[in-house]
Design a protein around this ligand. Structure first.
Ligand code: NSS
Length: 433
């Protein structure tokens, strides 16, 4: 067996030549004397034509064993053909069946989503799923490039932690030797706050965990979050950073993943509108508007997904909602000097019904106020002693935010549910595959 072979993506460089390909059977039909096989290799797919009188007996024998998702090795000549998808076709001279695939469970017909999720390890091979994975890969690269180009330093935060980052209600915990309970990180924020005092502009990017008891299409129990943290940045500057960041990611996906978005049948016009500045609305104004529209909401409670949909309806760009009531938000957010009932924070709501993709805030940098908040929330003070040190020793105004990767990828792809935006989704009712 040759060790070098050509990827479907690179067929142009082999036009007119004999080459070898390796991949899986994505479609197959035979008429007795000639067989057509759609070969998929992860970079694309190409039609392979196998004529009985042009291959040896062993190859023709292999053809009779082909089935959906068999793995094969094919040798043949690359022919340019304008009618073929991708512009090329292979005339086979040899074909070898590497691995059979009897009764492959996912057939070209409608399957229920549970059926597919139970076979996620196989479902991942299909065109829509590979397109989403490629968009996700591009979004991740764009995120890293954005921060690298702006001199942010990546500081990885721990996954096993001793302090609650967001809310006690959604913690996964595990026994940790003689030290009691460890929690799986809900956020890396407290750690990047420490790193911001060391390096100025930093970010962390990794998996985070929330024991969300909700079964909505927007919640995973394990999701990826990118969290920049910036010294000397206020809430206003934080929102400017967010709109620049989100616009950069969307532009990159449009520029480099056009073919995938087309495969996904994503209408890209609304994405093209995503450029700075984004509109802003205070929480108080949002509640007034919602109440004006007859919604059942009181000032003081957090906005729900249905409220977010109303507020973003008809908008092309994401929308900032800022200065939420402090009772509705986490303990670390800075009290608003102009209205102490609220905190200097914002959510960013994606349009087209996708809702919140970012939560961010200026952090409470006053030692006494932060301690009071920790006590008010009934959080274990000892666990936050190191965090309070950041206010004891050279406290500084700073802000940051967290962008949920899967929510962003689902929005860009136009995928209705987060479970398609990650290879192996973890949800309340799903731990395998
Ligand atoms: O809870 S957040 O709103 N904010 C934080 O965790 C802050 N500590 C971030 C920071 O300032 N450094 O979560 C941020 C984002 C949120 O807007 C969603 O996009 C995403 O994280 N998120 C989720 N995605 C998927 N599933 C679940 N359960 C989930 N929870 C939050």
């Amino acid at each position: 067996m040759q060790t070098t072979f050509t990827s479907v993506r690179d067929l142009a460089s082999k036009a007119g030549q004999e080459t070898e390909l390796r991949g899986w059977v994505a479609g197959f039909r035979s008429s007795g004397k000639i067989a057509f096989l759609e070969l998929r290799d992860g970079t694309g797919s190409v039609q392979v034509v196998i004529a009985r009188n042009e291959v040896d007996d062993a190859s023709w024998e292999a053809v009779s064993g082909l089935a959906l998702e068999s793995s094969v090795r094919v040798a043949g000549v690359v022919r340019q053909d304008d009618r073929a998808p991708g512009g090329y076709e292979i005339t086979a001279s040899e074909i070898e069946l590497v691995g059979g695939s009897e009764e492959y469970p996912i057939q070209p017909k409608e399957h229920g989503v549970d059926f597919l999720l139970n076979r996620r390890h196989l479902w991942l091979r299909h065109a829509r799923q590979t397109a989403i994975m490629r968009v996700r890969d591009e979004v991740v690269k764009a995120i890293r490039d954005f921060f690298y180009e702006r001199d942010f330093v990546l500081v990885d935060s721990p996954i096993l932690t001793g302090a609650i980052g967001e809310s006690a209600g959604t913690l996964f915990s595990t026994e940790y030797f003689d030290l009691g309970t460890a929690y799986l990180a809900q956020t890396g924020q407290l750690y990047v706050e420490a790193a911001a005092a060391a390096l100025g502009k930093v970010y962390c990017f990794g998996p985070t965990f929330r024991a969300e008891k909700s079964k909505t299409r927007r919640h995973l129990t394990e999701f990826w979050m990118v969290e920049p943290e910036v010294a000397w940045l206020d809430s206003e500057g934080n929102m400017e950073l967010q709109q620049e960041f989100v616009s950069y990611i969307v532009a990159r996906a449009l520029e480099r993943r056009g073919a995938e978005l087309e495969e996904l049948e994503r209408d890209t016009r609304p994405l093209e509108a995503v450029t700075p500045p984004f509109d802003r609305m205070s929480y108080t104004e949002a509640v007034a508007r919602l109440q004006g529209g007859g919604a059942d909401i009181e000032w003081g409670s957090d906005l729900g997904a249905e409220h977010e949909s109303v507020l973003t309806k008809g908008r092309e760009k994401p929308l900032f909602i800022y200065d939420y009531p402090r009772a509705a938000k986490a303990f670390y957010m800075k009290e608003n000097p102009d209205d102490p009932r609220t905190v200097k924070c914002n959510d960013l709501l994606a349009p087209e019904g996708y809702g919140e993709i970012i939560g961010g805030s200026q952090r409470e940098d006053d030692y006494d106020r932060l301690l009071a908040r920790i006590r008010e929330e009934g959080l274990p003070e000892e666990a936050y002693d190191w965090y309070l040190d950041l206010r004891r020793y050279g406290t500084f105004p700073h802000s940051g935010f967290g962008l949920g990767l899967e929510r962003t990828v689902a929005w860009i792809c136009g995928a209705p549910h987060l479970r398609e935006a990650i290879a192996f989704p973890r949800m309340m009712t799903r731990l395998t595959p």
